[in-house]
Design a protein around this ligand. Structure first.
Ligand code: ZN
Length: 326
Protein backbone atom coordinates (compact mmCIF):
# COMPACT_ATOMS: atom_id res chain seq x y z
CA UNK A 1 0.00 0.00 0.00
CA UNK A 2 2.77 2.28 1.08
CA UNK A 3 4.74 1.31 -1.97
CA UNK A 4 1.86 1.98 -4.29
CA UNK A 5 1.15 5.43 -2.86
CA UNK A 6 4.86 6.27 -3.07
CA UNK A 7 4.87 5.21 -6.67
CA UNK A 8 1.73 7.26 -7.27
CA UNK A 9 3.37 10.27 -5.59
CA UNK A 10 6.42 9.83 -7.77
CA UNK A 11 4.19 9.63 -10.77
CA UNK A 12 2.41 12.83 -9.75
CA UNK A 13 5.72 14.58 -9.06
CA UNK A 14 7.09 13.38 -12.37
CA UNK A 15 3.94 14.46 -14.13
CA UNK A 16 4.07 17.94 -12.59
CA UNK A 17 7.74 18.34 -13.41
CA UNK A 18 7.04 17.08 -16.85
CA UNK A 19 4.42 19.79 -17.30
CA UNK A 20 6.58 22.48 -15.79
CA UNK A 21 9.52 21.48 -17.97
CA UNK A 22 7.46 21.36 -21.07
CA UNK A 23 5.52 24.51 -20.24
CA UNK A 24 7.83 26.94 -22.00
CA UNK A 25 7.55 24.78 -25.09
CA UNK A 26 3.78 24.46 -24.84
CA UNK A 27 3.21 28.08 -23.83
CA UNK A 28 3.48 31.11 -26.09
CA UNK A 29 7.05 32.00 -26.91
CA UNK A 30 7.92 35.35 -25.44
CA UNK A 31 8.75 37.99 -28.04
CA UNK A 32 11.44 40.54 -27.61
CA UNK A 33 13.73 42.77 -29.65
CA UNK A 34 17.21 41.48 -30.35
CA UNK A 35 18.36 43.78 -33.13
CA UNK A 36 17.31 47.29 -34.18
CA UNK A 37 18.31 48.76 -37.52
CA UNK A 38 18.94 52.50 -37.35
CA UNK A 39 18.74 54.05 -40.80
CA UNK A 40 19.99 57.64 -41.15
CA UNK A 41 18.24 58.79 -44.34
CA UNK A 42 20.06 59.89 -47.49
CA UNK A 43 23.83 60.38 -47.74
CA UNK A 44 26.38 61.06 -50.47
CA UNK A 45 24.82 62.15 -53.73
CA UNK A 46 21.37 61.43 -52.31
CA UNK A 47 21.49 64.32 -49.90
CA UNK A 48 17.77 64.84 -49.36
CA UNK A 49 16.44 68.24 -48.44
CA UNK A 50 18.33 71.37 -47.40
CA UNK A 51 17.68 74.08 -44.89
CA UNK A 52 19.44 77.41 -44.41
CA UNK A 53 22.34 75.99 -42.44
CA UNK A 54 22.23 72.22 -42.92
CA UNK A 55 21.61 69.28 -45.19
CA UNK A 56 19.22 66.49 -44.33
CA UNK A 57 21.88 63.79 -44.79
CA UNK A 58 24.03 65.35 -42.03
CA UNK A 59 21.20 65.94 -39.57
CA UNK A 60 19.85 62.40 -40.03
CA UNK A 61 23.34 60.96 -39.49
CA UNK A 62 23.84 62.93 -36.26
CA UNK A 63 20.42 61.97 -34.90
CA UNK A 64 20.81 58.37 -36.11
CA UNK A 65 24.17 57.90 -34.37
CA UNK A 66 22.81 59.43 -31.16
CA UNK A 67 19.77 57.16 -31.36
CA UNK A 68 21.99 54.09 -31.74
CA UNK A 69 24.08 55.09 -28.72
CA UNK A 70 20.97 55.75 -26.66
CA UNK A 71 19.48 52.35 -27.58
CA UNK A 72 22.70 50.60 -26.47
CA UNK A 73 22.68 52.54 -23.20
CA UNK A 74 18.99 52.07 -22.45
CA UNK A 75 18.65 48.49 -23.68
CA UNK A 76 22.12 46.86 -23.34
CA UNK A 77 20.82 43.53 -24.67
CA UNK A 78 19.71 45.01 -27.96
CA UNK A 79 22.14 44.99 -30.84
CA UNK A 80 22.21 48.13 -32.99
CA UNK A 81 23.02 47.93 -36.69
CA UNK A 82 23.36 51.13 -38.71
CA UNK A 83 22.72 51.31 -42.44
CA UNK A 84 25.38 54.03 -42.58
CA UNK A 85 27.75 55.70 -40.13
CA UNK A 86 29.59 57.90 -42.62
CA UNK A 87 28.67 60.71 -44.98
CA UNK A 88 28.54 58.72 -48.21
CA UNK A 89 25.78 56.70 -49.78
CA UNK A 90 25.09 53.24 -48.37
CA UNK A 91 27.84 50.84 -49.51
CA UNK A 92 28.88 53.38 -52.17
CA UNK A 93 25.62 53.01 -54.05
CA UNK A 94 25.55 54.91 -57.33
CA UNK A 95 21.80 55.05 -57.78
CA UNK A 96 19.02 55.81 -55.34
CA UNK A 97 17.49 52.44 -56.02
CA UNK A 98 20.76 50.72 -55.20
CA UNK A 99 21.15 52.88 -52.08
CA UNK A 100 17.72 51.90 -50.77
CA UNK A 101 18.28 48.29 -51.78
CA UNK A 102 21.53 48.26 -49.77
CA UNK A 103 19.72 49.63 -46.71
CA UNK A 104 17.13 46.86 -46.92
CA UNK A 105 19.83 44.25 -47.47
CA UNK A 106 21.79 45.36 -44.38
CA UNK A 107 18.60 45.21 -42.34
CA UNK A 108 17.57 41.78 -43.61
CA UNK A 109 21.03 40.25 -43.28
CA UNK A 110 21.24 41.49 -39.68
CA UNK A 111 17.83 39.85 -39.09
CA UNK A 112 16.55 43.06 -37.54
CA UNK A 113 13.43 43.06 -35.38
CA UNK A 114 12.79 46.72 -36.05
CA UNK A 115 13.79 49.25 -38.71
CA UNK A 116 13.85 52.94 -37.79
CA UNK A 117 14.55 55.36 -40.59
CA UNK A 118 15.43 58.94 -39.65
CA UNK A 119 14.57 61.82 -41.98
CA UNK A 120 13.90 65.55 -42.01
CA UNK A 121 11.00 67.17 -43.76
CA UNK A 122 10.73 70.13 -46.12
CA UNK A 123 8.08 72.17 -47.85
CA UNK A 124 8.44 72.83 -51.59
CA UNK A 125 8.94 76.56 -50.82
CA UNK A 126 12.41 77.96 -50.10
CA UNK A 127 14.00 77.33 -46.70
CA UNK A 128 13.59 80.14 -44.19
CA UNK A 129 11.17 82.18 -46.27
CA UNK A 130 10.64 83.98 -49.55
CA UNK A 131 9.23 87.17 -51.09
CA UNK A 132 5.78 87.29 -52.55
CA UNK A 133 3.96 90.15 -54.28
CA UNK A 134 0.52 91.36 -53.41
CA UNK A 135 -1.76 93.99 -54.93
CA UNK A 136 -2.13 96.91 -52.54
CA UNK A 137 -4.08 99.24 -54.85
CA UNK A 138 -4.47 100.49 -58.40
CA UNK A 139 -3.23 103.49 -60.33
CA UNK A 140 -4.09 105.20 -63.60
CA UNK A 141 -1.40 105.05 -66.22
CA UNK A 142 -1.12 106.49 -69.73
CA UNK A 143 -0.36 103.78 -72.26
CA UNK A 144 -0.27 103.45 -76.02
CA UNK A 145 -2.84 101.03 -77.41
CA UNK A 146 -3.53 99.83 -80.95
CA UNK A 147 -1.25 99.56 -83.94
CA UNK A 148 -0.29 101.73 -86.91
CA UNK A 149 -2.80 104.54 -87.63
CA UNK A 150 -5.05 103.35 -84.83
CA UNK A 151 -2.31 103.78 -82.30
CA UNK A 152 -3.41 106.19 -79.57
CA UNK A 153 -2.91 107.10 -75.96
CA UNK A 154 -5.24 105.65 -73.39
CA UNK A 155 -5.57 105.84 -69.64
CA UNK A 156 -5.50 102.33 -68.12
CA UNK A 157 -5.79 101.06 -64.59
CA UNK A 158 -2.83 99.00 -63.40
CA UNK A 159 -2.28 97.27 -60.06
CA UNK A 160 0.25 98.51 -57.51
CA UNK A 161 2.34 95.66 -56.12
CA UNK A 162 4.13 95.40 -52.86
CA UNK A 163 6.73 92.77 -52.02
CA UNK A 164 6.47 91.14 -48.65
CA UNK A 165 8.40 88.50 -46.80
CA UNK A 166 6.71 85.15 -46.17
CA UNK A 167 8.29 83.13 -43.43
CA UNK A 168 8.33 79.37 -44.07
CA UNK A 169 6.18 78.45 -41.09
CA UNK A 170 5.67 74.71 -41.59
CA UNK A 171 6.95 72.73 -38.62
CA UNK A 172 6.31 69.43 -36.90
CA UNK A 173 7.09 65.74 -36.84
CA UNK A 174 5.37 62.98 -38.79
CA UNK A 175 5.94 59.24 -38.54
CA UNK A 176 5.26 57.22 -41.65
CA UNK A 177 4.50 53.59 -42.13
CA UNK A 178 4.26 51.82 -45.40
CA UNK A 179 0.91 51.48 -47.10
CA UNK A 180 0.78 47.80 -47.89
CA UNK A 181 -2.89 47.09 -48.25
CA UNK A 182 -3.42 48.91 -51.51
CA UNK A 183 -1.12 47.48 -54.10
CA UNK A 184 -3.00 49.00 -57.04
CA UNK A 185 -2.79 52.45 -55.45
CA UNK A 186 0.91 52.03 -55.03
CA UNK A 187 1.46 51.23 -58.67
CA UNK A 188 -0.64 54.25 -59.55
CA UNK A 189 1.31 56.47 -57.20
CA UNK A 190 4.56 55.38 -58.76
CA UNK A 191 3.34 56.37 -62.18
CA UNK A 192 2.03 59.72 -61.01
CA UNK A 193 4.12 62.75 -60.36
CA UNK A 194 4.69 63.04 -56.67
CA UNK A 195 1.96 65.24 -55.28
CA UNK A 196 3.40 65.07 -51.83
CA UNK A 197 3.87 68.60 -50.68
CA UNK A 198 6.53 67.71 -48.14
CA UNK A 199 9.27 67.92 -50.74
CA UNK A 200 10.54 64.56 -49.63
CA UNK A 201 11.60 62.06 -52.27
CA UNK A 202 10.69 64.41 -55.09
CA UNK A 203 13.95 63.72 -56.84
CA UNK A 204 13.24 60.04 -56.57
CA UNK A 205 12.91 58.18 -59.82
CA UNK A 206 12.80 54.72 -58.32
CA UNK A 207 10.24 52.39 -59.72
CA UNK A 208 9.70 49.31 -57.69
CA UNK A 209 8.43 46.18 -59.23
CA UNK A 210 5.27 45.82 -57.19
CA UNK A 211 3.80 43.15 -59.42
CA UNK A 212 6.48 40.51 -58.97
CA UNK A 213 5.47 37.46 -56.91
CA UNK A 214 8.25 38.27 -54.41
CA UNK A 215 6.96 41.81 -53.92
CA UNK A 216 3.40 40.55 -53.41
CA UNK A 217 4.56 37.99 -50.85
CA UNK A 218 6.56 40.66 -49.00
CA UNK A 219 3.54 42.95 -49.02
CA UNK A 220 1.30 40.23 -47.62
CA UNK A 221 3.86 39.36 -44.98
CA UNK A 222 4.20 42.99 -43.99
CA UNK A 223 0.46 43.35 -43.80
CA UNK A 224 -0.01 40.21 -41.68
CA UNK A 225 2.98 40.34 -39.40
CA UNK A 226 4.42 43.81 -39.27
CA UNK A 227 1.75 46.35 -40.09
CA UNK A 228 0.11 46.61 -36.64
CA UNK A 229 3.48 46.66 -34.91
CA UNK A 230 4.76 49.37 -37.23
CA UNK A 231 1.60 51.41 -36.72
CA UNK A 232 1.78 50.99 -32.93
CA UNK A 233 5.41 52.09 -32.71
CA UNK A 234 4.73 55.02 -35.05
CA UNK A 235 1.81 56.14 -32.88
CA UNK A 236 3.94 55.87 -29.72
CA UNK A 237 6.70 57.96 -31.30
CA UNK A 238 4.23 60.66 -32.31
CA UNK A 239 2.71 60.54 -28.82
CA UNK A 240 6.11 61.10 -27.22
CA UNK A 241 6.88 63.99 -29.58
CA UNK A 242 3.56 65.58 -28.60
CA UNK A 243 4.37 65.07 -24.89
CA UNK A 244 7.58 67.01 -25.43
CA UNK A 245 5.57 69.91 -26.78
CA UNK A 246 6.43 69.29 -30.42
CA UNK A 247 3.93 69.95 -33.16
CA UNK A 248 2.97 66.56 -34.56
CA UNK A 249 1.11 65.39 -37.63
CA UNK A 250 0.51 61.86 -36.42
CA UNK A 251 0.98 58.55 -38.17
CA UNK A 252 0.66 58.65 -41.91
CA UNK A 253 0.90 56.14 -44.65
CA UNK A 254 2.82 56.73 -47.78
CA UNK A 255 3.78 54.41 -50.54
CA UNK A 256 6.09 56.26 -52.84
CA UNK A 257 9.67 56.42 -51.72
CA UNK A 258 9.42 54.22 -48.67
CA UNK A 259 9.27 50.83 -50.29
CA UNK A 260 12.52 50.32 -48.41
CA UNK A 261 10.22 49.77 -45.45
CA UNK A 262 8.49 46.99 -47.35
CA UNK A 263 11.75 45.50 -48.55
CA UNK A 264 12.80 45.05 -44.92
CA UNK A 265 11.24 41.94 -43.42
CA UNK A 266 10.48 43.51 -40.06
CA UNK A 267 8.26 46.20 -38.51
CA UNK A 268 9.50 49.51 -39.82
CA UNK A 269 8.86 53.21 -39.39
CA UNK A 270 10.13 56.37 -41.06
CA UNK A 271 10.40 59.34 -38.71
CA UNK A 272 10.29 62.80 -40.23
CA UNK A 273 11.84 64.53 -37.24
CA UNK A 274 10.88 68.06 -38.31
CA UNK A 275 11.16 70.69 -41.05
CA UNK A 276 14.55 71.94 -42.17
CA UNK A 277 12.76 74.62 -44.19
CA UNK A 278 11.62 76.35 -40.99
CA UNK A 279 14.44 78.45 -39.54
CA UNK A 280 13.74 77.70 -35.86
CA UNK A 281 12.99 74.02 -36.36
CA UNK A 282 16.16 73.63 -38.41
CA UNK A 283 18.17 75.22 -35.59
CA UNK A 284 16.40 72.92 -33.10
CA UNK A 285 17.22 69.81 -35.17
CA UNK A 286 20.85 70.92 -35.45
CA UNK A 287 21.23 71.63 -31.72
CA UNK A 288 22.27 69.10 -29.10
CA UNK A 289 19.14 69.97 -27.14
CA UNK A 290 16.87 69.25 -30.09
CA UNK A 291 18.67 66.10 -31.19
CA UNK A 292 18.77 64.73 -27.64
CA UNK A 293 15.07 65.45 -27.22
CA UNK A 294 14.14 63.71 -30.49
CA UNK A 295 16.26 60.70 -29.46
CA UNK A 296 14.77 60.62 -25.94
CA UNK A 297 11.26 60.66 -27.37
CA UNK A 298 12.01 57.74 -29.70
CA UNK A 299 13.62 55.83 -26.80
CA UNK A 300 10.54 56.36 -24.62
CA UNK A 301 8.33 55.12 -27.45
CA UNK A 302 10.62 52.12 -27.99
CA UNK A 303 10.44 51.28 -24.32
CA UNK A 304 6.62 51.27 -24.42
CA UNK A 305 6.64 49.23 -27.64
CA UNK A 306 9.08 46.71 -26.14
CA UNK A 307 6.90 46.32 -23.03
CA UNK A 308 3.86 45.59 -25.13
CA UNK A 309 5.78 43.15 -27.30
CA UNK A 310 7.20 41.28 -24.30
CA UNK A 311 3.85 41.10 -22.52
CA UNK A 312 2.46 39.35 -25.62
CA UNK A 313 -0.51 41.70 -25.63
CA UNK A 314 -2.00 41.87 -29.09
CA UNK A 315 -1.24 44.93 -31.16
CA UNK A 316 -4.38 46.91 -31.86
CA UNK A 317 -5.62 48.08 -35.20
CA UNK A 318 -5.07 51.80 -35.32
CA UNK A 319 -7.19 54.15 -37.34
CA UNK A 320 -4.72 55.91 -39.51
CA UNK A 321 -5.04 59.23 -41.16
CA UNK A 322 -3.62 58.72 -44.61
CA UNK A 323 -5.48 61.42 -46.45
CA UNK A 324 -4.53 64.55 -44.53
CA UNK A 325 -1.59 66.19 -46.18
CA UNK A 326 -0.15 69.40 -44.90
ZN1 ZN B 1 14.44 62.31 -46.29
Amino acid sequence: MMKRSAALLMLIVFFCFGISFSYPVLGQKSSTIHTIIVDPGHGGQFHGTRGLISKEEDVTLEIGLKLGQAIKKEFPNIKVVYTRTTEGSVNDATSLREDLHNRAQIANQAKGDLFISIHCDATPRPAGGYYERRVVGHKRKLEYVGRGKKRRKKWVTVPIYQSYWVKNMMTGATTYIWKAEKMEDKTKAINQKDEDSTGEFQDSTIEWDTESPEARIRAQLYEQKYFKKSATLAALIEDEFASSGRRTWGVKQRDKGIQVLQATGMPSVLVETGYLTNKEEEEYLNSDKGQDEVVADIIKALSRYKQQLESNRPFANLTLDSTKQQ
